[in-house]
Design a protein around this ligand. Structure first.
Ligand SMILES: [Zn+2]
Length: 294
């Protein structure tokens, strides 16, 4: 079983919905952790000889022009995490198109790699913003990895947990979807394989959830940020519950990622989608041949 490993490459001040961080004219004034922590991530992946997808924020690629090339040269997949880190459901389709095209063009110029995948900031594709899929298709994206298949504060979209196809408005066109991995926690569903939840949960629990995904033959999508590896990052004023989720377990991320790399196999999002599609096709063919025999 091959799971998807992904990193959203942004800085500590790209946490959404914090008024004092919202003004992007101020972003240049903050100290940055993104280059150091991305280097750490690259070193760890190199050590375990594992490839991943890096959804890079256009603003970061513009500010650190060598970073995306360095990631691509190490053999990883480059995806877009938008240009300005705005939530999709707050945007007009034209603004989304402009923002996404800007990030894609820049990343392709810098890396020479075709950008095929998109991850929305804060999993912010919600019911009513399906136009985003059509725009991704128009711009030449092959897949989306933004859907969070349960309700949550900043997003949530009811869909299956498996890799699937989203038909687009234009006839005979579609996009692949690689949804986030969520696990029931009573009535609450949590994305156990990344960000605050992965920092919060003990390794044993994460392992149990991974195993249940493997039992269902569904790949887990791991998503981490450079700031998940940065206990020294500046603390921002925010409500207590968000503060907890933003800063809990920052010392544990590296060790948890290493444990996952030791215990499971990972690849890029694109490769996991190809593998899942191949398996689904094979299953369909088997079902067809059984029907023909019986
Ligand atoms: Zn983000």
């Amino acid at each position: 079983m091959i799971h998807a490993l992904s990193f959203d490459i942004e800085d500590w001040f790209h946490i959404v919905d914090i008024p004092e961080l919202e003004n992007r004219d101020n972003w240049h004034e903050f100290d940055s952790i993104v280059e150091d922590k991305t280097a750490l991530i690259l070193d760890i992946l190199d050590e375990y000889d594992t490839k991943a997808t890096f959804f890079i924020l256009g603003w970061i690629a513009q500010k650190y022009p060598k970073l995306s090339k360095r990631i691509a040269d190490a053999g990883h997949e480059i995806g877009s995490h938008s240009f300005w880190h705005r939530r999709v459901y707050t945007m007009h389709p034209d603004d989304f198109r402009y923002d996404l095209a800007l990030s894609k063009d820049l990343l392709e110029q810098q890396t020479g790699q075709k950008v095929k995948g998109f991850r929305a900031p804060s999993f912010s594709i919600t019911p009513g913003t399906e136009w985003a899929f059509d725009i991704m298709g128009e711009l030449g994206f092959l897949y989306d990895a933004s859907l969070f298949p349960a309700t949550r504060g900043h997003g949530g979209y009811p869909c299956t947990q498996e890799t699937h196809i989203i038909p687009l408005t234009e006839a005979n066109t579609y996009l692949f979807e690689l949804p986030m991995s969520i696990q029931g926690f009573g009535p609450v569903k949590i994305p156990f394989s990344g960000g605050g939840y992965m920092r919060l949960l003990p390794s044993g629990v994460i392992q149990r959830y991974f195993n249940s995904f493997e039992d269902n033959k569904t790949p887990v999508v791991v998503y981490l940020h450079p700031r998940d590896f940065a206990p020294e990052q500046p603390r921002v004023k925010m409500p207590l519950d968000r503060k907890f989720k933003s800063y809990v377990g920052l010392n544990s991320t590296e060790q948890k990622l290493r444990k996952l790399l030791e215990d499971y196999s990972f690849d890029t999002c694109m490769n996991v989608i190809i593998e899942e599609t191949r398996k689904q096709k094979e299953a369909e063919e088997i079902i067809e041949s059984v029907k023909m025999v019986s």
